[in-house]
Design a protein around this ligand. Structure first.
Ligand SMILES: [Zn+2]
Length: 473
């Protein structure tokens, strides 16, 4: 498969003089070895990157320019190879005309949809499995993407990124994971800069699940659609591997400075993986390990947020059983199994389900674990109600009772959204949440609630997250 890709690149460069000249000058580029955050890295003098480095990526500027990843706007010399993602997502594999690496590719969706990490990660892993000599990387819309309006990722030969090599060596020494999920493991890599996580698994599904759990635990800035991050994935022997660098800022102060500390550098995925791209000779000559550490310190995640991510990834919640419905017949639906509405009914004092009789029935939630769990089932009645967690049916007092087996923090999220006002200040909301959590922990029977049917209040969401597990003494 990889041969086909290499031939495509050669064919493309043979008919596109501009791209071919850029590949030649990139190969001849001056490269320096430095040490940053305890790992060996490289700085590259690469004049053809000036356009990407200085690209204005605010909403207005992006909306005003023709999208260079849309086929009608491409240079006439550019063509592509097709790659099929999952669920009908199609991609055009193209040569990057402004390369940082040999055989540098851009894999762009065939339609103009925004850059997004949601759902698309499995396609990146599929590409890496299909072309195992390539590593795939992704710049978030606020983390270095120069086309935040058009979904794309990039591919380069594996083994060229200093951070990948440092992580692979480090993992092979044997490390203790920060979190695990099914057959996937997540590690906090303690070198280079803050917010570096490595993940490994035998299956793309498990890796994606743990990756999205990490994404769910990351801070989101303002109304941005996803946490700021750079993402890298590749196949290592029989494993799927991935690493993530969490970001704070798009650029460091050096970029905006008019003074002697000015640097025309805009960290994207390559820089955040230890290949620092510098388009201007004057800047390149100034680079040193400490200066690059200063840049990274400003563009990676803050120490407080890094602590928050680790806490969210590792914290637990105790489970409670909350009554949610009762009757001689209950109609319900497990959202993820695709089987549609199901029915349990009372028969001979037992629960009849699918033609058989039971004393008790339990349907486990198969949704991924997140900061707060999404809805996993629906109970149909006068109004359908949506709940997170699992559902249990029992017979008590001659009727079927449905109860929701759910984490106490998820229960609090819904229950307090029913009870409190959206205008209650955060500090007051936190006090109320802690008071209620203390009560619930002491109770043996819990109050019925409407689950995720009602709107979750922002102040409640923040308060439950920030006070997770806290009780009054
Ligand atoms: Zn486009």
């Amino acid at each position: 498969m990889t041969d086909e890709l290499i031939k495509f690149i050669q064919d493309q460069l043979s008919v596109w003089p501009m791209a071919s000249a850029n590949f030649r000058s990139m190969k001849a580029a001056d490269v320096r070895d430095l040490t940053v955050g305890g790992i060996p890295v490289k700085a590259q003098l690469n004049p053809c990157r000036i356009g990407s480095t200085t690209a204005v990526v605010d909403k207005e500027a992006v909306a005003a320019r023709p999208c260079f990843l849309c086929v009608p706007n491409r240079p006439k010399e550019q063509f592509h190879l097709k790659f099929d993602g999952r669920k009908g997502r199609r991609y055009n594999v193209q040569v990057n005309p402004f390369p940082i690496f040999p055989n540098h590719l851009v894999i762009a969706r065939d339609v103009h949809v925004p850059q997004s990490v949601w759902h698309n990660f499995v396609d990146m892993m599929d590409f890496a499995r299909c072309y195992p000599e390539f590593l795939v990387f992704y710049n978030g819309p606020h983390s270095g993407a120069s086309a935040p309006d058009h979904m794309h990722y990039q591919a380069i030969p594996t083994g060229l990124l200093p951070l990948q090599n440092a992580i692979d060596r480090w993992l092979d020494e044997g490390q203790t994971p920060l979190a695990t999920g099914q057959d996937a493991k997540l590690y906090h890599f303690p070198h280079f800069c803050r917010g570096v996580y490595a993940l490994r698994s035998d299956t793309p599904k498990s890796l994606a699940k743990l990756f999205y759990r990490l994404v769910d635990c990351c801070p989101i800035i303002g109304d941005e659609p996803e946490p700021r991050l750079n993402l890298f994935t590749y196949c290592y022997k029989e494993e799927y591997r991935c690493f993530v660098v969490l970001r704070g800022a798009v650029r460091s102060h050096h970029y905006y400075s008019q003074g002697p500390d000015h640097l025309t550098m805009s960290p994207g995925a390559a820089d955040m993986a230890g290949l620092f791209v510098c388009p201007l000779k004057a800047d390149y000559d100034k680079l040193s390990g400490p200066l690059l550490e200063e840049i990274l310190d400003e563009v990676c995640i803050s120490p407080e947020d890094e602590k928050m991510v680790a806490w969210r990834m590792t914290r637990h919640q105790s489970k409670v059983d909350v009554p949610i419905a009762e009757g001689d017949e209950i109609v319900f639906e497990m959202i993820s199994d695709g089987a549609g509405p199901q029915r349990v009914s009372l028969s001979e004092g037992r629960i009849c389900y699918g033609g058989a009789l039971y004393d008790e029935l339990y349907f486990d939630s198969v949704t991924r674990s997140t900061v707060f769990a999404p809805a996993s089932f629906i109970i149909y009645g006068a109004e359908p109600r949506r709940y997170a967690g699992s559902i249990r049916f029992t017979v008590e007092g001659g009727t079927i009772r449905a109860s929701n087996h759910i984490g106490i923090e998820n229960y609090l999220l819904s229950k307090m959204s029913e009870e409190l006002s959206p205008d209650l200040p955060l500090e007051e909301t936190k006090k109320e949440v802690i008071r209620r959590r203390t009560e619930i922990m002491a109770e043996t029977e819990h109050q019925e609630y409407k689950g995720l049917t009602i709107e979750i209040l922002t102040n409640v969401r923040q308060a439950v997250d920030l006070t997770w597990g806290q009780q009054n003494q």
